[in-house]
Design a protein around this ligand. Structure first.
Ligand code: DGJ
Length: 729
């Protein structure tokens, strides 16, 4: 995290304002301020850590009294269960989702955490807690980003007893909202080919759990949430609290409205089939759980997240590299990759202005289709008689860098690797090993599997001038056994697998600092703030139908910056909907993220290359704005016949507008598009990238005109699109 400022009330040490407040009555209260946000919590009258405030930034002079436990509702719901805890062990009378649940070797399962001490460093507050009797310590860490007010929280559990303890639930943090009963929960559902479907439901009594039990992040839910105050349907109005988990394993986020209508959100590793054996002397660090607040609606919340990710999360933050325009041959050739065929495609790609050429699945082992070869990471000699070098040199000579596909965590049973190491996969002894896409999951938690994987990837990057790895992952777990370790430790696989996966990515990045990596899981099945710390971009969906993509991408950008959202232009009609879409439309859809081309260039006509060259050049002029700017969703595709996005550059000099018409009806014109986020007194000149505005639209007007009067776009028909650039004069 970059810079942190704590404004509190107020001990100044070495130029820093420390966030420890003494409450009016002498107890401990902690406060963090960043952006427009204040976050306050304290130690209550029972030594528990209690939430006190999370919302719009408060005046620095504001004082707080010692927090008090909630009032018992009846004998059924005692004070502990109705108190807004920051982090609570399962013990005593607790019926809400605990943060930590432990079984001790003597059978005791009661854990009551009390505040012990706090430490305030320039960039974080740490709170230390301990069980009332046993040497189980919990350190909570809080870090707030000064620009966005996004707060990062994690917990470290230390077992200082003299025996092992079983962590049956270990969450990163609990967030508490002000009491309210008009809240709406926003989240996504999905599946392969249909990621990021936006959902909304009222937050009412009971609990909603968003989760993955699949071993990895999954496309069925994604680990983020937004909760708005229900006051407005305007994208950019109303209060919103949001959170996102930095974990690529099985995860859960539980949203509860308690019996006193408090709303609490607890997140961390999934508790299903969980049981982490923590030996004496060991500690367990949870994933980070990020949370933020916006008083500018869901749109404002997304913009904060985008900025936070670009400035704090992704590799090379706060100055990640702008995404190059890439070509990927998967949809053109599938497994039929050969040196000769790829060279021909590379020549065509380079002429259009492509900057990176990527060969996909099929270059290794005996890989002719998805039945064989995964695990055997040597170059297939029939397809590449002289290895990869001639192709890589050719790609370089054409002015592009070179990328390659890998799927390191998987193995086909029909491979030398599996024949030599059948014990390397997730399995329960003597039980079926269920295949998905004819492959099994290598148990990355094993040290030998971790070491082997790191070694071959390292060698691949040592031996070849590779600028980019597309790291794929094409199934979820089944039979997640780890028979090689003692029974008590076998469930550690849920965590140790992911830690080793992260470790490999980290080691590779250290050894090859210029190599960039894409996280792909048969599309967008592994997108989260954990993997984004180690990968430069993500594959959004295998569904490349440009119209479907408007929906998939819209959901994606609720939580994730368009900078990491890979979007290819592919051939039309796609296999998905058999829907013909113009090349221009396909480009404009993809240009809202990080642009790639995935079409079969061998079938393109001259006019296609001309359109592509024009659009790629136009994209290069606007990509800084699209990838780094402030995104406004002016019309969302979900409930409209249109879809419109606007991106305003960070320095305000450029604004890009994308407009899509799904299907016009009864001669109605396209709705007037009113821009947002401009300087109303500045002058902006407008130019089309594709399509046009209606006759009479001024070539230049004030920001006020574009925002309050708006632009009328000349779109009619089915699946039409236009885009414009506004340049501040
Ligand atoms: C799934 C990915 O999402 C595709 O882009 C492609 O890389 C295939 N796997 C290759 O097997």
């Amino acid at each position: 995290m970059k810079r942190l400022w704590f404004v509190a009330g107020m001990t100044v040490l070495a130029g820093l304002v420390l966030p420890v407040l003494r409450a009016q009555d002498g107890a401990k209260v902690f406060r963090l301020d960043g952006g427009d946000v204040s976050y306050v919590f304290g130690v209550n009258d029972h030594k528990e850590l209690q939430a006190m405030y999370w919302g719009h930034r408060l005046p620095g002079s504001q004082q707080f009294a010692t927090p008090r436990r909630g009032q018992e509702v009846a004998s059924f719901d005692g004070p502990v269960t109705v108190t807004p805890h920051e982090y609570i062990g399962w013990g005593g009378v607790l019926y809400v989702e605990p943060d930590l649940k432990v079984t001790f070797p003597d059978g005791n399962r009661d854990l009551v955490l009390e505040y012990v001490s706090s430490e305030v460093r320039p960039n974080e507050i740490s709170i230390r807690m301990k069980d009332i009797e046993r040497a189980v310590f919990v350190t909570l860490r809080y870090r707030m980003d000064s620009d966005t007010g996004v707060l990062a929280r994690e917990a470290v559990i230390e077992n200082r007893t003299n025996g092992p303890i079983k962590l049956e639930e270990v969450q990163s943090a609990t967030w508490n909202l002000p009491r309210g009963d008009r809240y709406r929960l926003h989240y996504v559902t999905g599946r392969w080919g249909s990621e990021n479907s936006l959902q909304m439901r009222p937050v009412s009594g009971g609990k909603t759990v968003l989760e993955s039990r699949r071993g990895t992040t999954g496309a069925q839910n994604n680990p983020w949430f937004m909760i708005d105050d229900g006051s407005s349907d305007d994208q950019d109005a109303g209060e919103v609290w949001f959170g996102a988990l930095g974990w690529s394993g099985s995860w859960q986020i539980a949203v509860e409205q308690t019996v006193v209508k408090d709303v609490r959100i607890t997140g961390g590793p999934n508790t299903f089939d969980f049981g982490y054996q923590l030996k004496a002397g060991e500690s367990f660090e949870t994933p980070w759980f990020y949370g933020g607040y916006s008083h500018r609606g869901l749109g404002g919340a997304s913009r904060l997240l985008h900025r936070f990710e670009v400035d704090n999360i992704v590799p090379h933050a706060p100055h990640p590299k702008i995404r190059p325009v890439l070509y990927n041959s998967w949809e053109a050739t599938t497994f039929d990759v050969t040196a000769v065929g790829q060279m021909a495609l590379a020549e065509k790609a380079a002429k259009m202005g492509v900057e990176r050429f990527v060969i996909d699945d099929g270059w290794f082992g005996q890989r002719k289709n998805d039945h064989a070869g995964l695990g055997d990471w040597y170059v297939n000699k029939q397809k590449f008689p002289d290895g990869l070098k001639p192709l890589i040199e050719k790609v370089h000579s054409l002015g592009m860098d070179f990328g390659i596909w890998v799927e390191p965590e998987m193995v086909n049973p029909n491979s030398d690797l599996y024949r030599n190491h059948p014990d390397w996969v997730l399995n329960f002894t003597g039980r079926p090993r269920t295949e998905g896409r004819n492959q099994l999951v290598l148990n990355m938690a094993r040290k030998d599997v971790h070491d082997y994987t790191l070694e071959w990837l390292d060698k691949l990057l040592d031996d070849n001038k590779i600028a980019f790895l597309k790291w794929d992952y094409n199934r979820n777990w089944s039979e997640p056994g780890w028979p090689a370790v003692p029974i008590d430790e076998q469930k550690n696989v849920y965590v140790d697998f992911i830690r080793n996966y992260y470790d490999i990515l980290e080691q590779l990045r250290k050894r090859h600092p210029d190599v960039e990596i894409e996280s792909c899981s048969g599309g967008g099945g592994r997108v989260d703030l954990g993997v984004l710390r180690l990968t430069d971009e993500v594959w959004t969906s295998d569904n490349t139908d440009a119209f479907d993509r408007l929906y998939i991408q819209n959901g994606f950008t609720y939580a994730y910056t368009p900078a990491v959202m890979m979007a290819w232009v592919t051939d039309s009609p796609t296999w998905v909907n058999h829907r013909p879409l113009s090349l221009e439309y396909r480009f404009l859809s993809s240009m809202q993220g990080s642009l790639g081309i995935g079409a079969n260039l061998n079938q393109w006509k001259d006019e296609d290359f001309a359109t592509a060259s024009h659009m790629i050049a136009a994209y290069k002029d606007i990509r800084e704005t699209v990838q780094r700017g402030q995104l406004y969703r002016l019309i969302q595709p979900e409930s409209n016949e249109q879809s419109v996005t606007e991106s305003v550059a960070r320095d305000g000099k450029q604004t890009v507008l994308f407009t899509f018409l799904h299907s016009s009806r009864e001669n109605y014109p396209f709705p007037t598009v009113r821009l947002r986020g401009l300087d109303e007194n500045a002058l902006y000149a407008i130019k089309p990238i594709a399509g046009k505005a209606v006759e009479g639209t001024p070539a230049s007007a004030t920001g006020g005109y574009w925002m309050y009067h708006g632009i009328d776009v000349a779109l009619k028909g089915d699946f039409q699109a236009a885009a414009f650039v506004l340049t501040r004069q």
